[in-house]
Write a protein that binds this ligand. Structure first.
Ligand code: ADP
Ligand code: TRP
Length: 328
């Protein structure tokens, strides 16, 4: 059975870009009968300063979101990264096999470090190596991510191949699995950049927890262009993004949404979109709140996941330690 894995940072805010780019693909892959791993990357989160109390809350929130989205702990190993120390152990070994040159080419680091001068953490620089360890520990065939993470999965491939060449076949070489639709939901206030929780304004994104009024306001104020027809056109990125979101939340193709709005203007279209987003999020929000109320159950699910992940990770680490010559 092919193994699939993805990780998400435990931030207090998850938006519909995260949902369609990363969470929902894991739910669909689960239905296809793969062996799934989904984990909360707390050790990635601390590459930038975190408030410890909030981090803990965000972790439980993340678990509640995955379960609400349809992740079934019986079919997906759901766990917390820091509970499996093999992740950081393997990351150290891979650190010693990664090159400064290739790390300096990581575009996400360049973006995140911009303007921070000398006070950027070393962790932020080596974070893609920890991500490679996350993947390589479990012989993962495919890693569903948004396009922004493709370069990091490619680094994991390079490190796996390098290690295998040096020490003999040890790691499965993973493939990034980028969704055609939904892989890049763009910002509502700037459709040329991806929707991101670190955007300067909350008008950029729709959070999974936004209330109805907020959703309406954000969509009505979304940037569009001077055109009048509701028709998908890459030269009109604002509208193209809204049509994509419409299609994602209603699971209809873009053409059928366009047909509904033939002869109508932006205001009608945006009103329709806001209601579609609200209808899509309502049941998810109800479930998130239900899971959030039962912290004991959330922790039990994460404990079970950590146990299973640890067993597999330890098997792999045994081989790795032997291969590099530290086992006596
Ligand atoms: P953010 O940029 O909001 O901080 P993260 O970097 O934490 O998001 O990404 C978490 C996951 O969600 C990753 O798999 C990423 O590729 C995916 N993702 C993030 N933003 C988007 C987006 N706008 N569209 C599609 N997928 C996204
Ligand atoms: N770096 C990813 C992000 O910020 C999260 C992540 C960590 C991840 N480890 C992973 C994703 C392993 C896929 C596989 O979005």
């Amino acid at each position: 059975m092919p193994r699939i894995l993805t990780g998400l940072q435990p931030t207090g805010l998850l938006h519909i870009g995260n949902y369609f780019g990363a969470i929902e693909p894991m739910v669909s892959l689960q239905a296809e009968g793969n062996e799934n791993f989904l984990f909360i990357v707390d050790y990635h989160a601390i590459t930038v300063p975190q408030d410890p109390k909030k981090l803990r809350e965000h972790m439980l929130f993340a678990a509640a979101v995955y379960l609400a989205a349809g992740i079934d702990p019986a079919r997906t190993t759901l766990f917390q990264q820091s509970r499996v120390p093999a992740h950081t152990e393997l990351a150290w070994i891979l650190d010693c096999h990664a090159y400064m040159g290739e790390m300096e080419r990581m575009t996400q680091f360049k973006d995140k470090a911009k303007g921070k001068g000398e006070s950027v953490s070393v962790g932020l620089f080596v974070y893609p190596i920890l991500m490679a360890a996350d993947i390589l520990l479990y012989d993962i065939a495919a890693v569903p991510v948004g396009v922004d993470q493709k370069q990091h999965v490619e680094l994991a491939r390079d490190l796996a191949e390098r290690f295998n060449r040096l020490y003999g076949q040890t790691f499965t070489v993973p493939e990034p699995k980028i969704r055609a639709r939904g892989a890049r939901v763009m910002g509502l206030d700037d459709p040329l950049k991806k929707m991101s929780k670190s955007a300067s304004s909350p008008k950029n994104y729709i959070s999974l927890l936004d209330d109805e009024e907020t959703i309406r306001k954000k969509i009505m104020s979304a940037v569009t262009d001077a055109g009048t027809t509701i028709a998908y056109d890459e030269a009109r990125p604002g509208l193209a993004n809204l049509l994509t979101i419409f299609s994602l939340v209603t699971q209809r193709d873009v053409a059928s949404v366009e047909a509904d709005y033939a002869g109508k203007g932006y205001a009608d279209f945006k009103r329709g979109l806001a209601e579609a987003v609200i209808a899509f999020l309502r049941p998810i929000q109800t479930k998130i709140r239900e899971y959030q109320k039962d912290e004991i159950e959330l922790k039990r699910i994460l404990d079970t996941g950590a146990l299973r992940a640890s067993e597999l990770a330890e098997q792999k680490m045994k081989v790795v330690r032997e291969r590099i010559g530290v086992t006596l």
